[in-house]
Design a protein around this ligand. Structure first.
Ligand SMILES: Cc1ncc(COP(=O)(O)O)c(C=O)c1O
Length: 295
């Protein structure tokens, strides 16, 4: 996505408890979050004025911070309320919501025991994560060189800024090679996820998706599994080897930003994302709409 740089836009950002003009929402270059990646964030979407699964995202944000050994000084309810307020103040109903928490500047070594914890929330319009034309045809995915690391080496359940370093490198390389994104294997060589979304496959009417034992168990992923089962579609969570990709007929990815997006190819493997993929795209679009209170 190009357009106006993010620091030059207008609007309001919630910053440490107050709404501040967008361009005043700054931090010092000597911030621990910037140098040592002590920073966690969320990606959420509001539909029709309501953030889909807001509380689940706020819970994950606080949990990610705990995994990085810091506590966000706001409760789940306060974070939910701050996100709503930021949307309202910016006059947005359909929007992407980005809370971010980080360690400040009090100490600037590896140890940062007494650093202040900051929280900011930005919201903006972000209609489609992938080019709509590519989305319609089914994305083309490269195979990434970097692998999702062993959970013994990273806090793999945290949505932590540092864990995205290999995602950005992998996505850049894929884009340079003409692909929309990249599939990442894990440290064992098993199929894991994309650089910002989980992955699903279909074979003989059954959905197969990797067990999230070393990567994010996405909120969208869990929603898609629930929707599939509600539609009577069997979902198997298991280890998937890359050689098995030739056996699958459909492939799609899921994530808050990506929503449910069909995949047409991964390296030399081809898919025809049709029946189940389209069924779940529709089901997800309906599910995210605010539920009208019964009259
Ligand atoms: C690496 C990665 N995996 C999976 C997901 C999907 O998570 P969710 O559905 O909670 O947005 C995301 C997006 O946040 C992600 O960045």
């Amino acid at each position: 996505m190009s357009g106006e740089p993010f620091d030059k836009r207008d609007g309001w950002i919630w910053y440490d408890g107050a709404l501040v003009p967008w361009q005043d929402a700054k931090l010092h270059v000597l911030s621990h979050g910037l140098h040592y990646a002590s920073c966690v964030f969320e990606g959420e979407r509001a539909y029709g004025g309501e953030i889909f699964k807001s509380t689940a995202h706020s819970e994950r944000l606080r949990y990610s911070a705990e995994l990085l050994d810091f506590t966000i000084p706001y409760s789940i309810q306060e974070i939910d309320a701050a996100k709503r307020l930021t949307l309202e103040k910016n006059g947005l109903v359909n929007a992407y919501v980005r809370p971010v928490a980080w360690r400040g500047s009090e100490m600037m070594g590896v140890s940062a025991q007494s650093n202040q914890i900051h929280l900011a929330i930005g919201v903006w319009e972000w209609p489609s994560y992938f080019d709509p034309a590519q989305r319609l045809k089914g994305l083309r995915l490269d195979l990434a060189e970097f692998r999702r690391p062993d959970p013994a080496t990273i806090p793999c359940k945290a949505k932590a800024a540092g864990l995205y370093m290999i995602c950005t490198i992998s996505k850049h390389k894929a884009e340079r090679r003409g692909y929309a994104d990249a599939l990442m294997l894990d440290y064992r060589g098993l199929v894991a996820e994309c650089t910002g979304a989980n992955i699903f496959f279909v074979r003989d009417g059954v959905i197969h998706t990797p067990t999230p034992d070393c990567f994010l168990d996405g909120i969208t992923r869990r929603t898609v599994i629930e929707l599939a089962r509600r539609h009577g579609i069997e979902v198997v969570e298991r280890q998937i080897r890359p050689e098995e990709l030739s056996d699958f007929s459909e492939c799609f990815i899921s994530g808050t930003a990506a929503e449910v997006t069909p995949v047409g190819e991964i390296a030399d493997w081809r898919f025809a994302p049709t029946g189940i993929t389209h069924q779940l795209m529709d089901a997800y679009s309906q599910e995210v709409q605010p539920k009208k209170a019964a009259a």
